[in-house]
Write a protein that binds this ligand. Structure first.
Ligand SMILES: Nc1ncnc2c1ncn2[C@@H]1O[C@H](COP(=O)(O)OP(=O)(O)OP(=O)(O)O)[C@@H](O)[C@H]1O
Ligand SMILES: Cc1ncc(COP(=O)(O)O)c(N)n1
Length: 270
């Protein structure tokens, strides 16, 4: 099975293209990549960003699509509106499931998406997406809502589904509480929640990239949407639970953990 990630490179290896390809590999999916920007980055922060031109992003994507039978494509850091629009122009005519992680701001505070690009992402990319995986601040930007309560999560999920997607996963990593709870909205189905223990750790760099890459890999393998999303939650939970303890800032998650622990992890689906 072959998947593609369209994202930024993280020289520190914990997020972006590197996290995505490691996740694909661990889930036994062949990974291809389209690099939107190089970042000079480590666990302590983003020290520089060097974007690719939109034309070169298009060249990379066409090169991959022309040769490989892609079963799923994901997007991460897209940086500017030209890159977002280029991806839309290529992907809108394709029948390939598209998973959009609407990456906006890095854990250390650096902006990974320009303001104009946020509008293009919402108005042009999300309508052609299959799945979108915002964290709480991203969902707030995309919906214009303040999201603190269950009702506000429900409202945000419905709002985003109405943009045309088949599925929205609002991640609860940024909320407080004993559990990390993500809420899943699938068109035509009753929303459900995935609940795990909230782990006390600073090794959370790239959790969102890893989660959306795992969803992409499972979809590429032909898993139904709900099964793919639950398996991805297990993958990211294990990757956070067994950290590598490397770097001096927000360390990366452990992509080996899923295979080392044979995917055994309790995710309560409620
Ligand atoms: N401390 C934690 N313990 C357990 N699960 C967590 C924790 N933090 C995040 N998660 C889970 O990790 C996944 C990613 O969520 P999160 O909200 O951190 O995404 P994100 O902010 O987009 O990540 P990033 O920007 O680091 O890539 C979700 O399934 C979330 O519930
Ligand atoms: C290239 C790239 N893509 C995505 C993220 C988000 O990850 P995080 O929020 O953990 O910094 C990042 N820091 N760098």
């Amino acid at each position: 099975m072959i998947a593609c990630t369209i994202a930024g490179s993280d020289s520190g290896g914990g997020a972006g293209i590197q996290a995505d390809l490691k996740t694909f590999q661990e889930l036994r999916v062949f990974g291809t990549s389209v690099i939107t920007a190089l970042t000079a980055q480590n666990t302590k922060g983003v020290h520089g960003i060097y974007p690719a031109t939109a034309d070169f992003v298009k060249d990379q994507l066409n090169a991959v699509i022309d040769d490989f039978d892609l079963k799923a494509v994901k997007t991460g850091m897209l940086f500017n509106a030209e890159i977002v629009e280029t991806i839309v122009s290529v992907m809108e005519s394709k029948e390939i499931p598209l998973i959009v992680d609407p990456v906006m701001i890095a854990k250390g505070g650096a902006s990974l998406l320009k303001e104009q690009a946020t509008i293009a992402l919402k108005e042009k990319l999300l309508p052609v997406a299959t799945v979108c995986t915002p964290n709480i601040p991203e969902a707030e930007v995309l919906t214009g809502l303040t999201i603190k309560t269950e009702e506000e999560i429900e409202l945000a999920g419905e709002y985003l589904l109405n943009l045309g997607m088949q599925c929205v996963v609002i991640k609860g990593g940024h909320l407080a509480g004993k559990h990390a709870i993500d809420t899943v909205f699938i068109r035509g189905e009753k929303p459900f929640k995935m609940k795990t223990d909230r782990l006390k750790t600073i090794h959370t760099h790239g959790t969102g990239c890893t989660f959306s890459a795992a969803i992409t890999a499972e979809i590429a393998k032909g898993k139904p949407l709900k099964t793919a999303i639950i398996e991805a939650k297990k993958f990211v939970q294990l990757a956070i639970r067994y950290p590598l303890n490397i770097g001096h800032g927000f360390g990366p998650t452990n992509h080996f953990a899923y295979q080392e622990h044979r995917g055994i992890c309790d995710v309560q689906v409620i």
